[in-house]
Design a binder for this molecule. Structure first.
Ligand SMILES: *[C@@H]1O[C@H](CO)[C@@H](O)[C@H](O)[C@H]1NC(C)=O
Ligand SMILES: *[C@@H]1O[C@H](CO)[C@@H](O)[C@H](O)[C@H]1NC(C)=O
Length: 448
């Protein structure tokens, strides 16, 4: 019996080694422990909407536990008719105060407050028709006065128009949008100096073949109305390999360089399509935001009253009692356990597996995540000697599993799957990631 067990263990070990050696480069995600990327500030912990009007309706532990640091809102889908209205203002003020309560930044979607939240229909009115800005100026004047009166001139970024490149949000000529942008920036810089302006919040990624981007950059370069922070969205198809910061971040840098504009900060104020709101894809997006040092706000796929609740799909409730789903647990681990310093990582060259890694006090924590993918990948951890470890030996690695029972399914802390000893040589530790479904993901930890 003992002999048989040893024999079987030998087969399992051999199988693992064999899998590792067969791994193609396209399926390896790496960590380089010798390259310090600085202190983590969990840049992907922002949300679009997801915060109720009633303060503290969602218990504070759910906010602090997911690292809540950015909120974008403007009253989307909670008010009626065009123009500045009572419910929109009430909502914005309450959301701003919740953001401030947790020391989070607030991004005001000004087009929501104007009434263009996608529900405006064919009767929707857009600023600047026939170059007439009288009504828009009245709106801007009231907005500036309300922001000042309510102490909303710090911890805030003003996002002038949401997704003007989608007809549902801008059903007027493109040139009218560029004129509106320019008009608003000049008005806001004159009347609210120092308050940062964010945009253009296009649904389409920066590209020299996208006329919304090139037209926008041409206009802002010509009249000095470039945003303080460039924003765009990543909610497209998971199979579009370019729907990825790895494409859009360098594309944005190249575009700004070609227009002779300053680079500044980039924010994705809506990220991940609805299918990507699960533990594994969340970790994949987190790895990307960390690599490119960009802040991200989760897209929001709920509707009606649910849009302004549940922290953009991280919570659900039973009666009035909120609970965390499996994706919240990933953000919780990311924001509260992944402290220390970030180290360099690379994603697999098929762009479907990635990791985020930190070195804490005597512990390394690595969160892996796949983009709706299954298969066997490999995690390769290089330069163990940077931690003072020998270049060959054995390391016991703990695995924590993040499971998912859907957005409405409650999940507790990740499951501790225990320790597995891995031998390594050449200063590199490698082991497989068995991605058997598209939503479950894992964190690997080892002490040194
Ligand atoms: C992100 O920030 C780290 C730390 O400052 C830096 O080493 C790294 O090069 C940055 N990455 C990018 C893509 O700019
Ligand atoms: C880290 O590892 C890589 C490859 O494994 C090696 O080329 C590089 O020199 C190492 N860096 C340090 C600082 O040891």
């Amino acid at each position: 019996m003992i002999f048989l067990l040893l024999f079987l263990a030998g087969i399992v070990a051999a199988a693992v080694v064999d899998l590792e050696s067969r791994q193609s480069a396209s399926q390896i995600t790496t960590v380089d422990l010798s390259v310090n990327w600085g202190t983590p500030v969990h840049r992907a912990s922002g949300v679009l909407y997801g915060v109720p009007n009633t303060k503290n309706q969602i218990p504070s532990t759910f906010y602090t536990g997911m690292g809540f640091n950015y909120l974008s809102a403007g009253g989307g889908a909670i008010h009626w008719g065009d123009g500045l209205d009572f419910w929109g203002i009430y909502h914005v003020l309450s959301n701003f105060q919740t953001a401030r309560q947790f020391n989070a930044q607030f991004i005001l979607k000004m087009s929501d407050l104007w009434g263009t939240d996608g529900t405006q229909g064919s009767g929707g009115v857009y600023p600047g028709a026939n170059n007439d800005f009288v009504e828009y100026d009245a709106y801007l004047t009231q907005l500036v006065s309300d922001l000042k009166a309510n102490g909303m001139t710090t911890n805030i970024k003003l996002l002038i128009w949401n997704e003007p490149d989608l007809t549902v949000f801008w059903n007027a000529p493109q040139a009218q949008y560029f004129a509106t942008w320019s008009h608003a920036v000049k008005f806001l810089r004159a009347n609210l100096p120092g308050v940062p302006i964010a945009g253009p919040a296009l649904a389409g990624m920066p590209s020299s073949s996208n006329s919304w981007w090139t037209g926008f950059l041409t206009r802002v370069k010509a009249d000095g109305t470039a945003p303080d922070v460039y924003t765009w969205h990543h909610e497209g198809s998971s199979t579009d390999i370019n729907n990825d910061l790895q494409t859009s971040q360098p594309a944005m840098v190249n575009l700004l360089n070609s227009f002779g504009l300053a680079i500044g900060e980039f924010i994705i104020d809506e990220y991940a399509n609805v299918g990507e709101q699960n533990p594994s894809s969340a970790a994949w997006w987190i790895a990307r935001f960390e690599r490119f040092n960009m802040s991200g706000l989760r897209g929001n796929w709920l509707s009606g009253a649910n849009l302004q609740d549940f922290l953009s799909g991280l919570l659900w409730k039973s009666g009035s009692t909120y609970f965390a789903n499996g994706e919240w647990q990933v953000y919780n681990y990311y924001a509260t356990s992944m402290t220390g310093h970030r180290v360099a990582t690379t994603g697999s060259t098929d762009r479907l597996m990635d990791n985020f890694a930190v070195v804490g006090t005597n512990i390394v924590r690595i969160l892996v995540g796949g983009r709706l993918v299954t298969g066997t990948y490999s995690l390769q951890i290089k330069n163990l000697s940077a931690l003072g470890l020998a270049t060959a030996g054995t390391i016991s690695v703990r695995t924590r599993q993040f499971s998912f029972a859907g957005t409405e399914g409650q999940e507790g802390s990740p499951t501790d799957l225990g320790l597995v000893a891995h031998t390594y040589t050449g200063n590199v530790l490698s082991f497989p990631i068995f991605q058997t479904d598209t939503v479950t993901t894992w964190a690997f930890e080892f002490n040194f």
